[in-house]
Design a protein around this ligand. Structure first.
Ligand code: SAM
Length: 281
């Protein structure tokens, strides 16, 4: 893999996904709350502390920490995509929190001085990076001794049909190949012992790896299609390349793949399982 090309393409896709993420903020925040709570508990933010969120997207995880560090503490929301940072700023302004700053930052080269933060949050970010080992080493560098990191990364595809059904359709139709083991992607950390190994290699101790099961919900197949279109950088980018006929066929395949998750009341419940981990610097 050419890392530079990957980084540029990835940033470009996330820049374009930011508006869609902002429009789905409330739904995402509700569905993912159990994961947010696990991560916040794991770093246990205290009044006056500084917490950094990497690959923060809209910053909902960091904004939860902002309440806990209080007016004497600071939360720094960062993301590689400037449009995501703007959306995070708007999210913070909407909540009226004064102890939050948001700025663009590469998770692989953290632009902060050594040993200056007490906690780092990274929800569904590290596994997307070209060099997650570098990002974890950087994370440990900016943490104060005994500072804590908490992360989330998707468990294996079979436990995440909410995403894997679509991934399988795109792969099966020759549109977007599944990412290969050892390359960045949503499932890149879903291997036994890998997160433990990566945290250990970066110098972290007291590592804890666990899993959180939750579900995405949608009113019907149309609503789920809209949600995926607005939040999946891959689906949006792929649709732009399709003829109307291929577009309709893809939509039919999408409905056929997800119909098994429609309940008796017509709504969808889509199982999701993420690995979560925490460790001490
Ligand atoms: C799956 S989203 C997760 C967003 C957020 N953490 C959440 O859980 O809602 C991945 C985020 O990682 C960001 N990202 C991807 N590569 C990055 C990099 N190299 N450095 C910093 N952020 C990056 C994207 O812009 C996007 O906002």
């Amino acid at each position: 893999m050419d890392f530079e090309t990957y980084r540029a393409e990835s940033r470009d896709r996330w820049e374009r996904a930011a508006a869609g993420w902002a429009s789905r903020r409330e739904t995402m925040q509700q569905a993912t709350a159990p994961v947010t709570m696990w991560m916040i508990d794991a770093i246990d933010p205290r009044p006056g502390q500084t917490v950094l969120e990497l690959a923060a997207g809209l910053g909902d995880t960091g904004l939860m920490a902002a309440e806990l560090v209080g007016p004497t503490g600071t939360v720094i929301l960062t993301d590689g995509a400037e449009a995501m940072v703007e959306a995070a700023k708007e999210n913070a302004a909407r909540l009226g929190v004064a102890n939050v700053e948001a700025k663009p930052m590469e998770a692989e080269w953290i632009d902060l001085a050594t040993a200056t933060v007490d906690g780092v949050l990274c929800r569904w970010g590290y596994m997307l990076l070209a060099d997650p080992e570098a990002a974890l080493r950087e994370t440990r560098r900016v943490l104060r001794p005994d500072g804590r990191v908490a992360l989330a990364a998707w468990d294996e595809p079979a436990r995440n049909p909410w995403m894997d059904v679509l991934t399988g359709i795109l792969d099966g139709r020759g549109l977007v190949p599944r990412s290969q083991p050892g390359t960045p992607g949503p499932f890149a950390f879903a291997m036994d012992g890998l997160i433990d190994d990566l945290l250990g290699a970066a110098g972290f101790g007291e590592t804890e790896v666990s899993a959180v099961d939750f579900a995405f919900r949608a009113d019907d197949l149309d609503a789920w299609w809209d949600h995926m279109l607005l939040t999946s950088p891959t689906l949006a980018a792929t649709l732009g390349t399709l003829s109307p006929k291929d577009h309709y066929e893809l939509r039919d395949a999408f409905d056929a793949g997800y119909v098994q998750y429609v309940g008796e009341d017509g709504t969808l419940t889509l199982p999701a399982r993420t690995l979560v981990a925490a460790a001490t610097a």
